[in-house]
Design a protein around this ligand. Structure first.
Ligand SMILES: NC(=O)C1=CN([C@@H]2O[C@H](COP(=O)(O)OP(=O)(O)OC[C@H]3O[C@@H](n4cnc5c(N)ncnc54)[C@H](OP(=O)(O)O)[C@@H]3O)[C@@H](O)[C@H]2O)C=CC1
Ligand SMILES: N[C@@H](CC(=O)OP(=O)(O)O)C(=O)O
Length: 348
């Protein structure tokens, strides 16, 4: 039998990606779509300005949007909610759902860095899900909040994990070129971004610099010991619709060569035997001199693979490369859905 699930913030940029991933999911049945009071009571197709290149799934378009209220009758038999709420609203609503016994798989940044909240990429630190028990005990909840990282952080950390495991990490520098969909539909005005680049994304560098160390840290005695390498990020918004690109510079403890790093990344496929529906090979390597590119490569692995190219020697660090991620799939909704699939397979 499928597990009943709901989406909070179902009409937004990330909410629409959740709809696409969950409408016909083999493990989950999408039965509750919640948004603001402005949308509640309307059919999804009327409440939502749908801007994906495939139409709203047939089985979803006439569903009626409900308010974001964990006591609403449509949430009664829902076990998992996926949250695509803006962070300030996530701060208020996610605990209310956890208190009602729901497992909240959240995209929002509100709780990511709290000590008892798992911040998870299943291929990197699935074991951190064990924090759920500590969270429930501490907060007295029957449910729990499980978060996935910031989109730019996910892209970098997936590529850093196989390097860290094999060669150790000493220092990392990342320059991002982030798509406009990362800021939501109304996020960046077209007059601001066309023919332009904006060298600032509020709080993004701080999130990359803190979340990465938690993700690559070690769970010991119920606490995450942060990873110890140095990381610096510089974040930019570019005129691309979907697909964050990152230039990543890495100094390893062992002085690894580009060919060794390429081999470690290519072999990295830790969950392939779990048969998770949303899983794809985490890193796909392109050999062409001018790849990855957002328009050509963002849908690799149904938007779930990080595409890496231009792995080469660096005169200051050891190695540098370019990585690309579909920011609203692997970097957002797909990350939450994969977390939930992994949790169900490993723990339920
Ligand atoms: N876009 C991205 O690439 C990424 C986004 N995220 C995070 O995901 C979250 C969602 O982002 P995004 O989809 O871009 O945001 P959007 O602005 O596109 O969507 C916001 C959603 O929240 C709902 N909402 C707004 N106000 C309320 C309210 N008062 N009560 C209940 N629901 C409300 C909206 O419903 P309504 O239509 O009714 O107003 C809408 O469904 C954010 O926390 C963001 O930081 C994370 C990673 C990447
Ligand atoms: N800040 C990211 C998207 C985002 O919303 O990130 P976070 O989930 O950390 O708030 C971007 O603009 O591309």
């Amino acid at each position: 039998m499928k597990i009943k699930v709901g989406v909070l913030g179902a009409t937004g940029s990330v909410g629409q990606r959740f709809i696409q991933l969950l409408a016909n999911h083999p493990m989950f049945e999408l039965t509750a779509l919640a948004a603001s009071e402005r949308s509640a009571g309307k059919k999804y197709k009327d409440a939502c300005y749908w801007f994906q290149d495939k139409d709203i799934p047939e089985n979803i378009k006439d569903m009626v949007v409900i308010p974001t209220d964990p006591k609403h009758k449509e949430f009664e038999d829902v076990d998992i909610v996926f949250s695509a709420l803006p962070a300030d609203l996530a701060k208020k609503y996610e605990p209310e759902f956890a208190k009602e016994g729901k497992l909240v798989f959240s995209n929002a940044s509100a709780y990511r860095m709290e000590e008892d909240v798992p911040l998870v990429i299943p291929e990197v630190n699935g074991d951190h899900l064990e924090l759920i028990e500590i969270q429930r005990e501490k907060r007295g909840w029957d449910g729990a909040i499980i978060t996935n990282p910031n989109c730019s952080t996910i892209c970098a950390v997936i590529t850093l994990k196989p390097i860290m495991d094999k060669f150790g990490l000493e220092a990392v520098f990342i320059a991002t070129m982030q798509a406009v969909s990362g800021a939501g539909y109304n996020g960046v005005p077209s007059m601001g971004i066309l023919d332009n680049l904006i060298p600032y994304i509020k709080n993004e560098e701080e999130k990359m610099q803190t979340e990465s160390l938690k993700l690559l840290g070690t769970l010991k005695d119920g606490k995450v010991e942060l990873a110890k390498f140095k990381l610096s990020a510089s974040c930019n918004r570019v005129a691309v619709i979907d697909g964050h690109t990152e230039s990543i510079f890495v100094k390893t403890e062992d002085g690894a060569e580009p060919e060794e790093i390429k081999e470690a990344m290519d072999k990295f496929d830790p969950l392939k035997d779990l048969n998770l529906p949303t899983y794809a090979k985490p890193i796909v390597i392109r050999e062409e001199v001018d790849r990855p590119q957002p328009r050509l490569d963002r849908n690799t692995g149904n938007g779930m693979s990080i595409v890496v190219g231009r792995i080469r020697k660096d005169p200051i660090f050891d190695v540098k490369y370019t990585a690309l991620e579909h920011n609203t799939i692997r970097g957002a909704a797909g990350a939450s859905v994969l977390n939930a699939e992994y949790f169900v397979k490993k723990y339920l």
